[in-house]
Design a protein around this ligand. Structure first.
Ligand code: COA
Length: 431
């Protein structure tokens, strides 16, 4: 049988594909901008016939109708990283959260700690050899699909064909649902003056020839906007967006001095505008890989001058960083923060950076505080922390005493809170 007829035999409509799903199944939902919107809605149409279906996913940039209270008993979501579309449900106890490093998510599926019955994914159309690309979300979706008993794939004509360890053969797919719709796009611009200052401080720390990782949130884009005067930058990151395309077009990013995957931008997933999705389509400078590879701290460390830039919600005066909860209210997840902080710390010339605006809620809350708010998780420990950056400057904490750390952090706190923090640090015996 030729490839075309193997593929054609698998093509069904979404309702037929969803008939495969049974009560009690554990389903992986493709992540990020590669989330399969048509399949998710078709699954919800079957809610009345299904009980106790678990939906496992990272961030998905589509609606998550399955967390609607009306589906209680049919579906329960389990986030490995909490996105805006499930945050309320997690916070209200109607959905679950599993803390886990991005580098270790594939292992959960492969070792059957979280066994996957069915993977719902999005793919590019097959090439002449019968291979479909996972497109913009390879990181956790490829390992999940490879671990699943049943793979139901939307083959979306608008999914870019990204290169790297990013392919699956059509013969592996159980059902194909053909779709043709634009991928979700990340909002562009909107950087605050504080983030621009943070971006400028970080840009000063980055040497020419460095390899960059950018975490999630509004700060990474602000950093990229400040790098147009740099030379020969490289990319090794879990995710990137349009800012990287701009710097590539300006000749700033060329990956020529990378010591690992020289000449290539390495990533796990992508989220940006249509411009980014066209840029990565069939583009040999971009390689996507699963996160057990991209986020492995030992692989990250093979990049000399690795600069990891991650955001945070709160830092205490000893250097403990919280990035995934506001007090005991879960907000996101560790994602790749510690993978990259540790990888950059091991890299020759590496710079592990945590960046955050000095305040939240219109300057009413200092994000630099004596203690983390009760219930907060420690995302980056005080043993791992190196540099903390706010709009007021850079605090270098690694190898420093608690007294030195408290001083350095108070110096980059918002001026309105410095006296209060100083008194509190004295009372605590830090100063
Ligand atoms: N106390 C109370 N509220 C706070 C706060 C604090 N100390 N710090 C932030 N907030 C509020 C903000 O005001 C904002 O609220 P709003 O949405 O009502 O305006 C919200 O929390 C989010 O803060 P913000 O700083 O705008 O978040 P961001 O979008 O820039 O993302 C992180 C920052 C830390 C949440 C994000 O990077 C993340 O989830 N990181 C996870 C770990 C990581 O870095 N992994 C690597 C990438 S996978």
């Amino acid at each position: 049988m030729n490839l075309e007829s193997i593929y054609r035999r698998k093509v069904v409509d979404a309702a037929t594909a969803m008939a495969t799903i049974e009560s009690g199944n554990s389903i992986y939902v493709g992540g990020g901008a590669g989330a399969p919107a048509v399949l998710v809605h078709a699954l919800c149409d079957r809610a009345d016939e299904l009980r106790d279906v678990q939906l496992i996913h990272i961030l998905t940039f589509i609606d998550a109708p399955y967390v609607d209270p009306k589906y209680e008993g049919s579906f329960r979501s389990n986030s490995l990283f909490i996105g805006h579309n499930v945050r309320k449900a997690v916070q209200e106890g109607r959905a679950d959260f599993t803390p886990i490093f991005l580098s270790e998510i594939p292992g959960l599926f492969q070792k059957k700690i979280l066994p996957i019955d069915v993977a719902l994914i999005s793919l590019s159309p097959p090439d002449e050899h019968g291979f479909c690309s996972f497109g913009v979300e390879v990181g956790t979706t490829k390992p999940a699909a490879e671990s699943a008993r049943v793979i139901i794939a939307e083959v979306n004509r608008q999914m870019p064909r990204t290169l790297g360890d990013s392919f699956i053969h059509v013969s592996r797919l159980t059902h194909v649902v053909e779709t043709n719709y634009p991928l979700p796009e990340a909002p562009q611009g909107g950087s605050t003056p504080e983030n621009q200052l943070i971006g400028a401080h970080i840009a000063e720390m980055i040497p020419d020839g460095a390899t960059l990782q950018m975490g999630i949130g509004s700060i990474p884009d602000a950093v990229l906007q400040n790098l147009s005067g740099h030379k020969d930058l490289g990319i090794h990151t879990e995710l990137f967006s349009d800012g990287v395309v701009t710097l590539f077009e300006q000749g700033v990013i060329n990956c020529s001095r990378k010591s690992f995957h020289s000449g290539k931008m390495v990533a796990g997933f992508l989220f940006g505008s249509e411009r980014l999705y066209r840029f990565v389509d069939n583009n040999p400078i971009v390689e996507l890989h699963p996160t057990q590879y991209v986020n492995d701290p030992f692989n990250i460390a093979l990049n000399d001058n690795m600069v990891a830039i991650n955001a945070a919600l709160q830092v205490d005066l000893t250097g403990q960083v919280c990035a995934d909860s506001i007090g005991s209210v879960f907000y996101s997840g560790v994602g790749g923060q510690l993978d990259f902080i540790r990888g950059a710390a091991r890299s020759k010339g590496g710079l592990p950076i945590i960046a955050l605006p000095s305040t939240a809620k219109n300057d009413t809350i200092s994000r630099i505080s004596l203690k983390l708010t009760e219930g907060s998780g420690v995302t980056t420990t005080r043993n791992d922390v190196h540099y903390i950056v706010t709009e007021y400057g850079v605090a270098s904490l690694y190898g420093k005493t608690i007294r030195q750390r408290a001083r350095a952090l108070i110096d980059i706190a918002h001026p309105n809170f410095r006296d209060e923090l100083t008194c509190a640090a004295h009372r605590m015996g830090y100063l």
